[in-house]
Design a protein around this ligand. Sequence first.
Ligand code: SF4
Length: 405
Amino acid sequence: MSLSVREVEAIAREAVDSARLERAPAERIGRHLGDPQILAAVAAAAHEAKLRWRGNVVTVSKNVFLPLTNLCRDRCTYCTFAKSPGDPGAKTYTLAEVAEVSRAAERAGCSEALLCLGDKPELAFASYREWLAAQGYPSTAAYLVEACRVAVEAGMLPHTNAGLLTQEQMAALRPWNASMGLMLETTSERLMQKGGAHHAAPDKAPALRLRMHEEAGELAIPFTTGMLLGIGETADERTDTLFAIRALADRFGHIQEAILQPFHPKADTKMRDRATPIEDDVVGWVALARLVLGPDVSVQAPPNLANLKSDRLLDRLLRAGADDFGGVSPLSIDFINPEAPWPKLDALRRRTEAAGQVLRERLPVYPEWLAKPEFFDPEMRARCLARADADGFAIVRTHKDEVAA
Ligand code: SF4
């Protein structure tokens, strides 16, 4: 079915005014985002929605990336992070290393320790299982609780993304995390089939990931999710993923942000020859996400991946509804996308201001969440409040040796 620019403008106007873009029009628009005029209308509406709903602030979290272990039992066809024991680069951090990195991050003015790791490696690798047992831990999740505690004691506010966790495991992590996350990535079951990006990744089954989002909601954990763009999904599947996220946010109120992460091909992966989404594709889906997800969910565009595509993309995203840059580190690389260096905070600030907006540092939770005590363990909330200014943003601390700010 065709779609005119005038129709899109009317749909978008209604969405901005009602703070709600419904599914049928979103699906229609999603199928036509390749039309430059439709894209321009959607981006303009998303920008207006962002300014009206969330003001002129764009946020960023100064963090340190702590990949507790890069061993993983899954094999997504786009991933170079996952390793097996004995592979070059395979690494599991000791607790002493966690403490050392966290102390360095605290000195550098970071507030967030991003504990990102592979999924349940103990199920796949006997040598790792034995190592864990020798340390006194029955599972990676149990080891992770201790690592978070160590990071907290060194002055960090952890945000954990450890793949699929049980509700019990999340409950054990909650007192030691300011927020937690799991990329939903996609609701496409098709990508689990032979030849699909998730065929060798049982933990990427959409139903399992949706269930973990629900269980995090039941536990009242401020939660980060997101969608990958360009791993083989269709436009309708992207729309479906956005509406799945919105349904979770509506039901539990715990979704603080959705990351829109464009796939980027890496050498030595099965998807090395697949093209990264074109610039218009990324802008269009960030804009549509803004209109679908409504005022309460932040839309995050990772600035290092935007920069990889073109100099202009970041500026276009700032005019298409993106309101957060996620974590940017003065100390560590992006271990998931090591080819993509973080931009400097000063450069991000200049580019945000050039788009008529203001860059503010946030904690691993967004300012408005600090006014919702039910989403925190009391001691963790007190730790967050101690790092926040009167508006809930991070108290900015710099360090003379900081390399990226
Ligand atoms: S993307 Fe995550 S789950 Fe998939 S192989 Fe890499 S580390 Fe494992």
